[in-house]
Design a protein around this ligand. Structure first.
Ligand code: KG4
Ligand code: ZN
Length: 348
């Protein structure tokens, strides 16, 4: 069974084709991505209306590109999956509309997918896929959550951010430092030239005893330190501040992940979402987990940030596990705000 996946929740148009054999890990036949980073850079962040219009321009050519790369035609598509939420309403509508129109014209069923479930399951496409059960650290631009994952559609929230997400902390701090958008990778690059012990920045909720996060205070601290450095701050001080900021975020993510592993007694950690691409986070998580004989799994670097492969994969795994059936009503509604708990399968 061939499943086409379409992702358009934010600033990346992603399309992919996976093949499911009914069990085991589905095979990624082809995927293609167009990132809008260059377009939004001039504005310092994502402009929702521009994002929607660009998705309209890109999505059909990307579908053609994926079908050609996979050596298949549209007639070979059995199910069309798309991101239904959460994300920007207008951007989601483009992917959902194209997916449902395409499915209707081919007379194939559709499957709406939760964007975070895509991230969560994306390490199954890596060379070293995880096994259930595991603890998942989901760190994206909009979400920071720790979850217990017992199987497809079996997710239990262990803790989450009470304000900003980890990616937001990277992005907002980077913006204050004048590093542009998206801030995470830019801040990480600058941090390589700095000493993380230079600035003592807060690590909110580090010792709170629960698995929740809070990052809003960090950007305020960064703003205060920047003001202290004055208008003519030198590049080296900025690099020290970037390194200190990154370390404050990484410290909290590592500590809480270890606490979640202790609390659940599980010995596997899966890291997913854009911030999972951060090299410093990967290094320090690997060290902390190696000490505890915990295995850590990551998505391939190219599949850490938003992409269509994770959406097609999540659809394939939901179909294979019987968690969801594809339907042919072709009516679509998007869900800009949508808790992951809504896609959990409850015991019959
Ligand atoms: O998962 P994602 O692509 O989109 C959302 O679903 O939000 O995550 C985007 C986030 C942004 O905040 C971006 O700055 C961050 O991931 N990010 C990084 C890195 N690469 C992407 N943060 C830190 N270091 C990176 N290398
Ligand atoms: Zn995402």
């Amino acid at each position: 069974m061939n499943i086409l996946g379409i992702e358009s929740s934010c600033d990346e148009t992603g399309v992919a084709l996976v093949e499911s054999r009914g069990e085991g890990t589905p095979a990624l036949l082809a995927h293609a991505l167009h990132t809008q980073i260059d377009m939004h850079q001039a504005y310092g962040g994502v402009v929702p209306e521009l994002a929607s219009r660009d998705h309209i321009r890109r999505v059909v050519p990307l579908v053609r590109q994926v079908m050609a790369a996979a050596g298949r035609t549209l007639q070979d598509v059995d199910v069309v999956a798309y991101t239904q939420g959460p994300g920007l309403a207008g951007a989601l509508l483009v992917g959902a509309g194209v997916a449902c129109a395409l499915a209707a014209s081919l007379d194939r069923p559709t499957l709406p997918i939760h964007h975070l479930e895509g991230h969560l399951l994306s390490p199954f496409l890596s060379a070293d896929p995880p096994e259930f059960p595991f603890v998942a650290l989901l760190v994206s631009g909009g979400h920071t959550q720790l979850m217990r994952v017992d199987g497809v559609a079996q997710y239990e929230l262990l803790g989450e951010t009470i304000d900003d997400a980890a990616g937001e902390a990277f992005d907002k701090s980077a913006k204050l430092m004048g590093l542009g958008y998206p801030g995470g990778p830019a801040l990480a690059r600058l941090a390589e030239f700095g000493d993380a012990s230079t600035f003592d920045l807060p690590r909110p909720l580090l010792h709170s005893g629960d698995l929740d996060f809070s990052f809003a205070g960090l950007k305020t601290a960064v703003r205060t330190r920047l003001a202290g450095l004055g208008a003519n701050v030198c590049q080296q001080d900025l690099a020290h501040l970037a390194a200190s900021t990154q370390q404050a975020i990484v410290d909290v993510l590592v500590r809480k992940s270890v606490n979640a592993l202790k609390q659940t007694g599980l010995d596997r950690l899966v890291v997913a979402g854009g911030v999972g691409a951060n090299a410093s986070l990967r290094r320090q998580l690997n060290e902390a987990c190696a000490k505890r004989r915990v295995r850590v799994h990551y998505p391939e670097l190219a599949l850490c940030t938003d992409n269509g492969a994770m959406i097609a994969l999540a659809a394939a795994l939901r179909l294979q596990s019987g968690a969801q059936a594809a339907t042919r009503d072709f009516a679509f509604g998007v869900k800009p705000r949508w808790p992951l708990a809504d896609v959990v399968r409850h015991a019959a």
